[in-house]
Design a protein around this ligand. Structure first.
Ligand code: ADP
Length: 204
């Protein structure tokens, strides 16, 4: 509502006001948009955290990755991101959860890119306690002292002017992985790219 009416106000009266009023209007439109994004992300977070424990089907992670990449298509095209992936397993979980994991992690790998085009590698390895899945990028990297706190709700390392975002994505990823008794962590150094790892149980 606020967003629609502030956009209408800008469209209809934007050129009849002085430059200060125009600037205030631009802030209002931007603020309303950010509020909408934040609400959408918080909703996704509560759903990841609270949705009832239901039976999960066997899900082909290769197909889910394809869907995630299709959803990220415009960001991939705009940045010239190259994404490579090994063979992924079949997992027993809700498809939407794996989709959110891939989308958040690959979306971040693109967003926090360095000046080079993003190179992103997704891999899976079978371990005694389940599958270990990794998403590696060649982006700006993360200072080791912040590598745990970035999974906290609303935790961000950058200003909204530098990178858009709400600080909810990784908190969603953590909630999802924890639902399946897995773990998520990052291995990174500033300027050296990041590799996010998460574990999920076997489909058996
Ligand atoms: P958002 O991207 O909305 O800020 P996230 O919860 O997805 O929120 O990420 C939290 C923070 O972790 C980001 O603000 C960013 O500072 C850092 N981060 C996440 N992914 C990466 C990445 N691939 N490379 C560098 N920094 C990252």
């Amino acid at each position: 509502m606020v967003s629609i009416y502030s956009q209408l106000l800008k469209k209809r009266y934007g050129n009849q006001l002085d430059s200060t009023a125009d600037q205030y209007l631009a802030y209002t439109v931007g603020g309303a948009r950010r509020m909408e994004t934040l609400l959408r992300d918080i909703l996704a977070y509560t759903q990841a955290a609270n949705s009832a424990e239901d039976k999960s089907a066997a899900v082909d992670a290769n197909e889910v990755l394809e869907k995630a990449l299709a959803n990220l298509q415009s960001a991939i095209a705009e940045t010239g991101a190259q994404i490579t992936c090994g063979q992924l397993p079949t997992l027993r979980l809700q498809e939407i959860h794996l989709l959110q994991l891939f989308q958040n992690l690959i979306g971040n790998a693109i967003k926090y890119r360095s000046k080079d085009a993003p190179l992103i590698e997704i891999a899976a390895k079978q371990e005694p306690e389940g599958w270990l899945i990794s998403v590696r990028d060649n982006g700006i990297g993360i200072d080791p002292q912040y590598q745990e706190q970035i999974f906290g709700l609303f935790k961000r390392l950058h200003s909204i002017q530098d990178y858009s975002g709400t600080g909810v994505g990784l908190a969603i990823c953590q909630k999802i992985v924890e639902r399946y008794h897995g773990r998520i962590w990052v291995d990174s150094a500033l300027g050296r790219g990041s590799t996010f790892f998460f574990t999920l149980p076997d489909s058996g």
